[in-house]
Structures are given as structure tokens and as C-alpha cells.
Design a protein around this ligand. Structure first.
Ligand SMILES: Cc1cc2nc3c(=O)[nH]c(=O)nc-3n(C[C@H](O)[C@H](O)[C@H](O)COP(=O)(O)OP(=O)(O)OC[C@H]3O[C@@H](n4cnc5c(N)ncnc54)[C@H](O)[C@@H]3O)c2cc1C
Length: 511
């Protein structure tokens, strides 16, 4: 991290090349994960100038893209903690929030399994803790009640704690929808824009970024595993974020209807333990592990941890069909040394608001955190609500979810609906073109994947990648050679080996 100086930042560093000081925003959010975007969406209801800085080429490229995607009931967090409070509140807000944003959500319930007498005592303690946190719909089940609900659960499970309010969602679709609605309502979204040196000068934050200086009255720190580096530049109330890696296996859709509920085991000091869960997209995940690492970008998967997942998950599901694994992935929890979320105004820097240490249940807590921190920021600049607010963008029904009749009608209107690009997930050319051209559109292969599921199925993009590159190139009017998987140096094509017809006219720009 750069040194802090007492001199005002050089305004000429603003690459806009303007002599006048850069625009003064009311609020600047650092971080385009589910937390930054939920704050942006809530803030965009106010009459304020807001900017969001995200260092990656897309929103949802950090922890938000790789987690269990569970909307936790709230029995796990310590009573009285920010985690407990925002989890229970967020869970209650989630369904309506997803409906408003047109993203999937399912209240599939969750079960914590016990495999011994001690485990049964553990379930009773969890139930008590949940009730202290205000969680409703918690029930202890005996073995036969459990088997009745989930016939494929391992017979080794003696009992379970049922949480009726447990749910599942799609974190990246949610975050893209949040960003998109905020942009439609005035958010200035700056992608590929890293916040570096920051100082507060005459009541204004001056943030040096890779795209020039950004000035703002309020600074909201939602930088995930990097949140300590933002806060500690400005405040004497420092904290440390440790990246805690969790690895997963993903199974394809043929395993989708084995379990209805999310199956947990009893939580440990490191986290909620290994789960087996359906996803809202019809796949199934196993994981995560919990391991502290030093590198904030270290999202590799390891043989050791993937074997650990199999060993532990097979206690819940005795016959895991290993031939149905389609990929493995990992994500980093932003674990704060205080072991709780750090939310709200900094005690010594007026206008600095932290949303830090947002490990699990951060996704569940996101609607509550977004709303509460937006209120704080609006209060600081004394902004009122806007008179009008644009509803969220609603993409057309995906081809895979259409009836035969709907498909017929849609193809008559637009033949691109009938051109299937991703066979595994049945994604049409029309969906891919829409994903590129809609508000906060995709500019990379991963961006297409997260908006449409093209490349997320059994073949993991083996068949559709060339066609997706061709469509991206056509819509964005850039050479296929310039396109990337996920920005930065992740170019997909390195050069020409001959005149291969990429089903695409030669472009004006050569990368
Ligand atoms: C293994 C695992 C399992 C989990 N399971 C669940 C679960 O089931 N349910 C649940 O509720 N929660 C779960 N969580 C927690 C949840 O995923 C997180 O709380 C949530 O995604 C955090 O979002 P965020 O926006 O704070 O962080 P991120 O998504 O990491 O976003 C932070 C963003 O800030 C950007 N950034 C950082 N520094 C800068 C800078 N200097 N300039 C510009 N941009 C910057 C990053 O690029 C990143 O995009 C899990 C987490 C993990 C890792």
C-alpha cells in the first residue's frame, strides 16, 4: 500500500485530462461485491451523486462469485453480534428483494445433522441460540422424521435441526441485478478501477484510482478481503482481515433432485462445516473447507482439501456419485480479527463507513447491510429520497425455462432465440446478445457465464466457447484476440494460425 502524505493529491493525475477539479460525489463505494452493490442499490433511491469503484472488469468477481449461496436462518451466529442481527433481518428481507430484482431464490429449508449423542446436544444448543437470535421455525427432528423429509440422507444421521427459513439464491446474478438497478438509477459504476492512496482533505475524500482522482464526501469501504488496507490508511482504529479459503466440488444437474434441503453438519470454530446443498440453478455443491491463507488472491483448489470434502460430506450423503463432478472452485472469506462484521461510521474519520469483515453470513445479511449503511450515508450528507425510481431490468425468460409453445412464439419474433449456443444449459444466441447489451452488460467470457449460464454445464464451455467469443466480438466490436476470460491477462486466443472463419466479419480493431 502506498505511503500517506499530507499534501493534496495531484489533480493532474486525473486521467480525464481536465484542469478543473474532478466531480465531487456525495458517496463513493469501494468494492463491487454483493455488499458494495447492495449499498449502491439502496443509495440510488436517494437524491445523491454516487460512484462505485471496482478493480475487476465486472462486479461480483471477488468472494461473491464463490460461496455456498445459502440464505442462512441465523441460528449459528453469537447472540448480540452484528452477524446475528443482520443475518436474521437479511433473511426476512431476501425473498422480496430477489422478487424485485427478478433473480432466483428458493426457501428450500436447511437441516443440521447430528451423528452422535453429543451431536444431538449440539443441535439443542443451536436451536436455543437461534431462538435467542429471533429465528422462527426451528424444529428438532428424530431419525425417522429426517428420513421422511430426505430419504437419501445417510442412515448414520441420528437427528437434525430443521430451519424452515433456510434458503438458496444465486449470488452473482443477484449482484449483477443490484449493480444494474443502481446504474439505471444514476450510479456511476467504474469497472477496472482500483482505489489506491486515499486521504481526507478539507472534509473531502480524495481517492487515487487507476482512472484518475475521485472526490467524495462519504467513503464506503466494501472492499472484501482488502477492506483493512482501505480503512487502515485513514483511521487509527485499525483491523486485520485474514483470507480464509473454502474449497468446493460442483455436481451436474443429474444429481439435482437428490436433496431438497441444504444439509449442514455441526459448526466448528472455523465456520459452518461441510455442507451438501442443491443450488438454485439445479446443480449440487459439496464444501466448503476452511483454511487461513496469506495471499488475498489465492483461490486455488487442492487435492488435499478436495479429498477432505469427500470424506466429510460422505457422512451426510453416503453414496456421492463422483462421476457427476463437473468442476471444483474456491472462495476467500474476509475474516476480521474481531470475529464479527465491522459495520458503520469509523470512530475517528468523519464520513468513512466500513462494511468490513463480511464473511459468512454476509450474503444473507446483504439486504439489511445495504439498507442500513445507505441510510447512514444519506444522513451524513442530509440527502432525501428521489421522487422516481426505475424498476430492475428484467431479462426475457431463458430458453431452458420456456414451454414448447413459448419457444415457438419467441422464435417467430426473434430467430436468435432458436439458435442454441450452449447445449448443456440450453442458452440461446438471443440471451447472450442481451447479456452483453443490457445495463451492466458482460464484456468477458465469465461475464457471459454468470449472466446466462453458458459454459456452466457439464462440458464447462468446451463446446460453446468459440461461439460465445464470436458473439462478444460482434456485439462489442472488438477483435476476438482482445477478449478475455475475466479481464487482466486472461486472453483466450493468442494469435492466428490461419484464416479460420470465426463466423464473424473482420473487425476494425486488432488487439
Ligand atoms: C467459502 C465461503 C462460503 C460462504 N458461504 C456463504 C453462505 O452460504 N451464505 C452467506 O450468507 N454468506 C456466505 N459467505 C460469505 C459471502 O460470500 C460474503 O459475505 C460476501 O460475498 C462478501 O461480499 P463483499 O461484497 O463484502 O466482498 P467481495 O465479493 O469480495 O467484494 C469486494 C470487492 O471489492 C473489490 N476491491 C477490493 N479492493 C479494491 C480496491 N482497492 N479498489 C477497487 N475495488 C476493490 C474486489 O475486487 C471485490 O470485487 C461465504 C464466503 C465464502 C468464502
Amino acid at each position: 500500500m502506498n505511503q500517506i502524505t499530507n499534501e493534496p493529491l495531484d489533480r493532474q493525475a486525473d486521467k480525464t485530462g481536465q484542469d478543473k477539479p474532478p466531480l465531487l460525489y456525495d458517496a463513493c463505494i469501494i468494492g463491487g461485491g454483493v455488499i458494495g452493490c447492495s449499498i449502491a442499490q439502496a443509495l440510488s433511491r436517494y437524491d445523491m451523486r454516487i460512484v462505485l469503484l471496482e478493480k475487476n472488469t465486472d462486479v461480483s468477481e471477488g468472494t461473491t462469485k464463490a460461496n455456498s449461496a445459502i440464505i442462512h436462518a441465523g441460528y449459528d451466529a453469537k447472540p448480540g453480534s452484528e452477524k446475528a442481527r443482520t443475518n436474521v433481518r437479511g433473511n426476512r428481507m431476501f425473498e422480496a428483494w430477489c422478487r424485485e430484482l427478478h433473480v432466483p431464490f428458493k426457501r428450500n429449508t436447511s437441516l443440521v445433522l447430528a451423528f452422535s449423542e453429543d451431536g444431538i446436544k449440539g443441535l439443542a444448543e443451536l436451536k436455543k441460540r437461534g431462538e435467542a437470535n429471533g429465528v422462527e421455525g426451528l424444529h428438532l427432528l428424530d431419525r425417522s422424521q429426517l428420513q421422511q423429509r430426505e430419504p437419501h440422507v445417510s442412515p448414520a444421521a441420528h437427528a437434525a435441526l430443521l430451519a424452515e427459513s433456510g434458503g438458496i439464491c444465486c449470488p452473482y446474478q443477484l449482484t449483477i441485478a443490484l449493480a444494474s438497478q443502481a446504474v439505471q438509477n444514476g450510479l456511476d459504476l467504474k469497472l477496472s478501477c482500483r482505489a489506491g492512496r486515499i486521504r481526507r482533505h478539507q472534509g473531502v475524500f480524495e481517492i487515487e484510482t487507476s482512472k484518475g482522482v475521485v472526490r467524495s464526501k462519504v467513503l464506503i469501504n466494501a472492499a472484501g478481503v482488502y477492506a483493512d488496507e482501505i480503512n487502515n490508511q485513514l483511521s487509527t482504529y485499525t483491523f486485520k482481515i485474514t483470507p480464509r479459503r473454502g474449497e468446493y466440488w460442483l455436481l451436474d444437474k443429474s444429481a439435482s433432485d437428490v436433496f431438497k434441503a441444504t444439509l449442514f453438519q455441526l459448526p466448528t470454530a472455523m465456520g459452518k462445516g461441510i455442507l451438501v446443498s442443491p443450488t438454485v440453478d439445479g446443480t449440487l455443491i459439496l464444501g466448503p473447507t476452511a483454511e487461513d491463507v496469506t495471499d488475498k488472491e489465492d483461490v486455488r483448489t487442492t487435492q488435499e482439501k478436495l479429498v477432505e470434502i469427500l470424506d466429510t460430506a460422505s457422512m451426510s450423503w453416503a453414496e456421492i456419485p463422483r462421476h457427476q463432478f463437473i468442476t471444483a472452485f474456491s472462495g476467500l472469506r474476509a475474516h476480521a480479527d474481531s470475529n464479527d462484521f465491522i459495520l458503520g461510521f469509523s470512530p475517528d474519520v468523519p464520513g468513512l463507513i466500513n462494511a468490513a469483515g463480511i464473511e459468512s453470513p454476509g450474503l444473507t445479511s446483504a439486504p439489511a447491510i445495504g439498507q442500513e449503511l445507505a441510510e447512514m450515508a444519506a444522513g451524513f450528507v442530509q440527502a432525501g429520497k428521489k421522487n422516481s425510481y426505475q424498476p430492475a431490468y428484467q431479462p426475457a425468460v431463458p430458453f431452458r425455462e420456456m414451454s414448447h409453445q413459448q419457444r415457438h412464439q419467441a422464435i417467430l419474433k426473434n430467430p436468435q432465440v432458436g439458435r442454441i449456443v450452449c447445449r448443456c444449459e440450453q442458452v440461446s444466441e438471443a440471451e447472450i446478445r442481451d447479456a452483453i447489451s443490457r445495463p451492466v452488460g458482460a464484456a468477458t467470457l465469465d461475464g457471459i457465464k454468470r449472466r446466462t449460464r453458458a459454459g456452466m454445464g457439464r462440458c464447462q464451455g468446451g463446446f460453446c466457447t468459440p461461439k460465445v467469443i464470436s458473439l462478444l466480438s460482434d456485439e462489442l466490436q472488438v477483435s476476438p484476440l482482445a477478449l478475455t476470460k475475466a479481464g487482466g491477462r486472461s486472453q483466450i486466443l493468442t494469435g492466428r494460425i490461419g484464416q479460420i472463419d470465426l463466423d464473424h466479419k473482420e473487425n476494425t480493431h486488432h488487439g
